[in-house]
Design a protein around this ligand. Structure first.
Ligand SMILES: *Cc1c(COP(=O)(O)O)cnc(C)c1O
Length: 385
């Protein structure tokens, strides 16, 4: 073989901006520097014991060892529907309005394959979780960037989209509470989204993995709570952040049955569902999710307060992220490099979430409060390590 060439769709993916940071991090570690890593969007807290125990017990039952069903076990889908009813007041038919996913990322990555023809547009927020943009590209769609600006509360301005683009738009991705900005959406905004989607015949995919990581009496809405949302869209959610289960790979898509049927059609041809023992553990997680999320949020809140008070930042009302403007004289990459080389602190440069993330860095509250205190001291004293 003369040479290996990647498919065009792979070449079109944006470069991996974190490679440089990863290399610097590895170098600093190798040099014995005490690194405080606030860059990881992954809970440091363990999965609750009852969930682990249910997995162990279920895994030793041979009934769980065969191929699972594509859309998820009926009992699991019922547990999801019942949690949404209890927690969000949203009534879902577990048969047609709930699909189990191998983590919500799996569904987000597959949904464009069900609806996008070459040349169709997908509305992609920026800054954002990179999967919205990359799955659009992999499916042969054209991303149309919706800037999330601080002056708009990090919500897109839907009135500013080129009508020519709107004519050829199939999908819109949204994510509130938002990663990386921690912004919330209110009912008025979701209503505007529903009207917009109806008018232009656009499928709304709302990604809601931080719905339970909330502070100071905040309640994060489900998109499906809003009148008409089910006519135009689906919501992705997951146990990853709510119950500290990122490694388990279990999530769900909910809402419009025709949209879900499209997603399921793709999935049926690519994967074979989630290990049933994991689904049974997922049912246990959903039973205790409200208590677990409450405890988690209390832990993150303490960390948030230490970081935000210490650095004079606005405390977020949801997610475990703090989206911080970089000081005068830096851009997001140079500030990230400075924090690493001078303070031994790793953050994520905003530009890694898209061009409109420039001017910010993201702190993840995924180290314990003592480590965050040390981070604050190092930053405020401009400490050289
Ligand atoms: C963590 C995260 C996900 C992925 O969740 P999984 O269910 O673990 O795949 C999806 N969207 C956003 C915005 C996230 O931050």
């Amino acid at each position: 073989m003369k040479s290996i060439t990647y498919a065009e769709r792979i070449n079109q993916l944006p470069p991996y901006l974190f490679a440089q940071i990863d290399a610097m991090k590895a170098e600093a570690r190798a040099a014995g520097i005490d690194i405080i890593d606030l860059s990881i969007g992954d809970p440091d807290l363990p999965t609750p014991k009852p969930v682990i125990e249910t997995l162990c017990k279920s895994a030793s039952d041979p009934n769980t060892h065969r191929y699972p069903t594509y859309d998820g076990m009926r009992v699991f889908r019922e547990a999801v529907a019942s949690w949404y009813k209890r927690n969000k007041g949203v009534k879902l038919d577990p048969e047609k309005e709930v699909v189990a996913l191998i983590g919500s990322k799996e569904g987000i990555a597959h949904i464009p394959f069900a609806f996008i023809n070459p040349g169709d547009y997908v509305l992609v927020p920026d800054p954002a979780y990179p999967v919205y943009l990359n799955s659009t590209i992999l499916a042969g769609g054209k991303p149309y960037i919706l800037p999330l600006l601080p002056e708009n509360g990090f919500k897109p301005d839907l009135t500013e989209i080129d009508p020519e683009v709107l004519r050829r738009t199939k999908l819109l991705f949204l994510n509130y509470p938002n990663n990386p900005t921690a912004a919330l959406a209110d009912e008025a905004f979701f209503k505007e989204v529903v009207d917009f989607a109806k008018e232009h015949n656009i499928i709304v995919c709302h990604d809601n993995p931080y719905s339970e990581i909330v502070y100071d009496g905040t309640r994060a809405l489900s998109f499906l709570e809003v009148d008409g949302a089910r006519d135009v869209g689906i919501e992705f959610n997951s146990l990853s952040k709510t119950c500290n289960m990122t490694g388990w790979r279990i999530g769900y898509a909910l809402g419009n049955p025709d949209i879900l049927a499209g997603l399921l059609k793709v999935k049926t041809n690519i994967d074979s569902g989630i290990f049933e023992a994991v689904q049974l553990a997922g049912i246990k997680a959903l039973e205790i999710a409200d208590a677990v999320a409450g405890e988690n949020s209390a832990i993150y809140r303490e960390r948030r307060d230490v970081l935000c008070r210490g650095l004079g930042l606005e405390p977020p009302l949801a997610t475990f992220y703090v989206w911080a403007p970089v000081p005068e004289g830096y851009d997001s990459m140079s500030y990230t490099e400075m924090l690493l080389s001078k303070c031994g602190i790793v953050v994520t440069p905003g530009v890694g979430f898209g061009a409109h993330g420039e001017g910010f860095v993201r702190f993840a509250l995924t180290e314990d409060v003592e480590r965050i205190k040390v981070a604050v001291e190092r930053i405020s004293e401009g400490m050289l390590i």
